[in-house]
Design a binder for this molecule. Sequence first.
Ligand SMILES: [Zn+2]
Ligand SMILES: [Zn+2]
Length: 588
Amino acid sequence: MIVGFLKIMVKDRKNESAEEFLDRYRHSAAHIMAHAVKRIFPGAKLGIGPPIEDGFYYDFDLEEKLGPELFDRIEGEMKKIISENLPFEREEISQQDAMKLFKERGEDYKCELLADLSGEVITIFRDGGFVDLCRGPHLERTGQIKAYKLLGVAGAYWKGDEQRPMLQRIYATAFPSRKELMEYLRSIEEAKKRDHRKLGRELELFSFHDEAPGCAFFHPRGLVLYHTLLDYWRKVHYREGYQEIRTPLILREELWHQSGHWEHYKNHMYFSQVGELNFAVKPMNCPGGILYYKEKQHSYREFPLRIAELGVVHRRELTGVLHGLFRVQSFVIDDAHIYCLPDQIKEEIVSITRLILEIYREMGFSEYQIEISTRPDSYIGRERDWELATRSLTEALEECDIDYQVNEGEGAFYGPKIDFHIKDSLKRSHQCGTIQLDFSMPERFDLEYVGADGKKHRPVMIHRAAFGSVERFLGILLEHYGGALPVWLSPVQVIVLPVSEKSLPYGRKVGERLTREEIRSELDERNEKIGWKVREAQTQKIPYMLVVGEKEAAAGTVSVRSRGEGELGQSALDKFIERIKKEIKDKN
Ligand SMILES: [Zn+2]
Ligand SMILES: [Zn+2]
């Protein structure tokens, strides 16, 4: 966080990208907001105030509780600072003088940041009576800010450290025009309505409890959705020649030393001691999968060997960052490890890419972005292996005829990778799928296969996932559809609504028939008015409601109401079943 703040670079303005301009614009607005807060609460101590995606924040330490009821006042003060059109003045200063200045102003946090800045050129920025330790850049004057809005307050530990004081973080945004701001505010209203945490509650899909922070409790309907996703996943993976395994959740600590996770990842892992033995709860499936691979000797003839595992992993997160299904501590990765020959890499990447994109398409995501990350400065493995692997990745994407972006030097130290980002209906991007080549694990675990020459060789290992975290993907799906999932994914596809007690037996018969046809249905047996039942089914976002009264019972029909299209009128039950089955088959 601090690093991000200090890395705001002074760039040649002429070459400034739209994003860089927006960062500079919003960061300037952050100064104005902090200035306004200091005018209202002179005792407030400043934390940091960087631009972030879609806005900016500033952290404050003060006695008074900052809340939305103060936003008008702070925005009003910002308006004054903007109309004063103060210049942002840059000043280079010695560390000693800066320390003195911020000490006098009681800015303890700035002093702490300063202490870490030895040997660098230190700059401060002033606008009017406000002064901030900052590298810039900023706008020229406060009057250039045209549209801004405070959005919320949250607690944030200083430097993200739970041992340090909890500061109050005001989130806000700023746009170059009022129109863009209004558009953005509308989109966040829409996003709030679609918040998967809210939908999860309303649609009775899942819940979270303090007894297991960041671990979802899936309710019956939520689990149906979960299994529907996985059933589909298995179907397409088995079709593509994947085999599935399941390895233990808890494995001896030594394994994690050998895999390198201990070294690089232990702060995110759970450990357990049983008797004399130390165990770790797996944060990734790979080491377990490798033990399976080593179970027997492999031949090049088996390659590519595609071993999938829908493994439950646990990863420790700071409690502050947990966020519904988007950021959890326990989740399933739709993992697969592929062992192949170097000259099979390209073809394998083509087939994985096609599979991942097919899955996204079927789930209703038509927009995506693909990034290749190449060899970083420090890496393991042979240069020519990296070259072959990286060339295979790019050639594979070209063969699939898809655009991609190259992130030079951004690959992991153990191999190059491809990341898949999907765009949801609110145009938000989510990183989901990944294809990762790995030159490290085969070495660490001494993996082998017998080649055509009868000699032993190292296999190429590819890690890949389409959903990434199944939990997170489910959250994305819910927000993408605003809870109105396509029929094939809906936990309840049809609800049967008897008009009165009298039509209950017929309603039951309809329900039983639907069940026999493997259509997921429920029967609303409650003695409530039909209008009320319909409204409730509508808020439950159930795709079809079948209203049945005495008339329908006599004729053997149902009165169909669709979530999206409203009343569809009377229909023979068989006809309706035909219609919904076709929709399910077509994944509508
Ligand atoms: Zn600044
Ligand atoms: Zn893996």
